[in-house]
Write a protein that binds this ligand. Structure first.
Ligand code: GSH
Length: 220
């Protein structure tokens, strides 16, 4: 099997790539990276010194590909399947890529800041940064909530890269930050549709044994 995905089953950016792989039934070997293990972490950083997963290793092409969006793009070009996650039509592709950036930069990044802060030692926390992240994330969630009022999937009628990007941060917002119910009913309905989608259901199933590690509000 030429493809190995370096991942952690709890990682929302890994979920993004797992959705793409599972949508197409693309064969790959998962390689779990335990960053708390010094040896495993050092070995992973030999492959990708930045030390963030997911990372895809394509032995057949002797290539190492980092960054979730880039990996999904690479899979679409080199290991295409029935599910075309980036449309051929340029305007449709533009809209999908714009949403992918939107969810990564304006939801996912802030979510990481907020949850990451809970993992810091008490005297190293950044309350002001977290407050800013929360405010910025809520603006983005408000925009997404409006869009989702008329859509089945993140970009419209078709399941795309935008869904790979949208669902994982929304899941953690809902389960670890603040329930979407009440404030964001359209996003909640969308997340429920995503949870029914076999590709994402499988990624969440992989994560289940680790979900209790996610720090919740009350544990801060
Ligand atoms: N922009 C990157 C973000 C990847 C990322 O932040 N991964 C997190 C897990 S969700 C990670 O590796 N965290 C470990 C660390 O920062 O030490 C992508 O799209 O793949």
């Amino acid at each position: 099997m030429p493809l190995t995905l370096y991942l952690h089953p709890l990682s929302s950016y890994c979920h993004k790539v797992l959705i793409a792989l599972y949508e197409n039934g693309t064969p790959f070997a998962p390689h779990l990276v335990d960053l708390s293990n010094a040896e495993a972490s050092a070995a992973f950083k030999q492959l990708w010194p930045v030390g963030k997963f997911p990372v895809l290793r394509d032995e057949a092409a002797n290539r190492t590909i980092a960054e979730s969006t880039v990996i999904i793009d690479y899979l679409g070009q080199h290991y295409p399947g029935a599910a075309k996650l980036i449309p051929d039509e340029p305007d449709a592709a533009f809209a999908v890529r714009a949403l992918d950036r939107f969810f990564d930069l304006h939801v996912h990044t802030h979510l990481q800041k907020i949850i990451g802060d809970r993992l810091r030692p008490a005297d190293k926390r950044d309350a002001y940064g977290v407050e800013q992240a929360r405010a910025a994330m809520n603006v983005a969630l408000g925009l997404a909530e409006k869009d989702m009022a008329t859509r089945t999937w993140a970009a419209g009628d078709d399941f795309t890269l935008a869904d790979c990007a949208a669902a994982p941060p929304l899941f953690y917002v809902d389960t670890a930050l603040a329930p979407l119910a009440g404030t964001y009913p359209n996003l909640l309905a969308y997340l429920e549709r995503m949870k029914q989608r076999p590709s994402y259901a499988r990624a969440l199933d992989d994560a289940k044994p680790f979900l209790h590690w996610v720090p919740h509000e009350k544990s801060t």
